[in-house]
Each structure stands twice: as C-alpha cells, then as structure tokens.
Design a protein around this ligand. Sequence first.
Ligand code: ATP
Length: 271
Amino acid sequence: MDFSSVDRIIADLETCLETTREVSPTEELLVGVDLGTAYIVLVVMNSKREPVACAMEFAQVIKDGLVVDYIGAMTVVKRLKAQLEERLGRELEKAAIAVPPGTGESDCKTHGYVVEGAGMEVTNLLDEPTAANAVLGVENGVIVDIGGGTTGLSIMENGKVVYVADEATGGTHLSLVLSGAYKVSFEEAEAIKKDNSRHKEIFAAVRPVIQKMATIVKGHIEGRNIKSVYLVGGTCCLTGMETVFEKELGIPVHKPANPFLVTPMGIALSS
Ligand code: ATP
C-alpha cells in the first residue's frame, strides 16, 4: 500500500491546527469529534473532502473509551467547537463520533450526549479503527489503533469489517512505565515520551510494553489469513513501534508518517 497520499492529507490536516482554509457559507462541512482518553480532537473537512480546520485539547475526561467526566467532556467539545466556528465564520451543526470497538450501547449513547450537549447533532457513530480506514482504504488486513488508554483493532476482508476488538492498553501504560524507570511524574513521563528526539533513548524501557501490545494483537489475529498490519493512533508516533510489531507478529507492518490524526480525520470523513 502506498502511504504517500495518506501522508500528504494528514500533513495538510496538521497545518489546519494553525491555519484555516476558507469555506463558503453554504458548503456542506464534514465534522468529526474524537473523544479520546488523552485528547479530544475536532476535525472539519470541506465538501471536496479536504481538511479546513482542526482543534484539539489534552483532557482526561474519558477513561478506557468511557466518559468519566460528562460535564468536563462537554465543556471541552463546546470550547473546541466555538474556536473552530470563530475561525471558519460558520456554525458547526452536525458531527460524526467514534468509540473503541465493542463499546456498550449505553456508553455509546453517553458519547453522543456529550456531543449533542455541546450543540451538534450526531450523524454517525462508528468504531475507531473503522473510522481510520476511511482514510487508509485498507481492503485486506488488520488496522490497529493504539490510543492513550485503548488499543482497538478491525480486521478487514475485501473492504469489509469482519472482526473488531478492544483492549485496555495504550500510551498511558508506556508513560506509567517511563515514570517508574525515570523516577519522574506521569506528566513529565508523557512529555519525555512525546519528544521524538528521545524515542531512541526511552525505547529499552518501553519495549516490553510494546511487545505485550503486539502479543495481545497476535491473540486476535491468530488463525486468520492476515498479510498486513496497519498501525494508527497517537501511541504509534513512537519511533520503532512498527519494528517490534513486525518482529512479534511475523507479518509486514505499515505505519503512516503521522499516525496520530488518521482516526480523527476518518471520523470527519464518515459524517
Ligand atoms: P483512546 O483512543 O485510547 O481513547 P486517544 O484518542 O486520546 O485515546 P490518541 O489521541 O490516538 O488517543 O493518542 C494519544 C496517545 O498518543 C497518548 O498516550 C500520547 O502520549 C501519545 N502520543 C502522542 N504523540 C506522541 C509521540 N510523538 N510519541 C509517542 N506517543 C505520543
């Protein structure tokens, strides 16, 4: 699979964190809200499916994919929505949302209420790796979305989702391990981990956790004819993740240049 077009559109979306593309007052906009364990991200795409604006905020209002602070989550979504509306000069009325695979019906409803409470009608609800595939376009293989608190996976066969799973492991666990190894607070460990120039240095400490994540994925795909693995989600920004996964799974592993914004963009594209 050629990731160059995925890399281009994600790089374009990254620039939309700072800049805003002009939209006409009547043009239909595609909006996605990603309520994550670590970040809440709002993405707006235009009718040509190009990124026009994006805003995000670190927030600990969701845990393992479940809303633990309803008011806090709604306040952040409201704030991000207002920011984007101001930048675009347009009201955002509708949005799609995504949840980790296997999220129960009532928890899905709560995600929806957060976005509705912030003033947007929810037009679609999908699982996160499936949302990522709206960007990746994988026909056959497994998409693994490793976020802050969850690892979701979707197995695709002939362009259709045939299996989904969710595990309570993600970047938070890497930060906890780093916090212990470096004897620093969780927040400092997060900062060290997100500093790409320190990825080589921290790798020995976090490798066992990544190996464990790969083993968990292996358990889900064993016995199936999987020939490719696609890594997305903020945690996959860690340099060398793909090498550990490839070694543990014995299958080619692909990762876009920036795996972080793939799922949020896919949610918007699915609205
Ligand atoms: P979840 O999907 O579990 O609900 P989320 O949607 O918040 O969580 P993402 O936004 O995909 O998850 O990823 C957040 C995680 O990515 C955090 O643990 C964060 O520390 C990690 N992360 C972000 N940037 C980097 C980076 N450059 N290097 C390593 N990890 C990173």
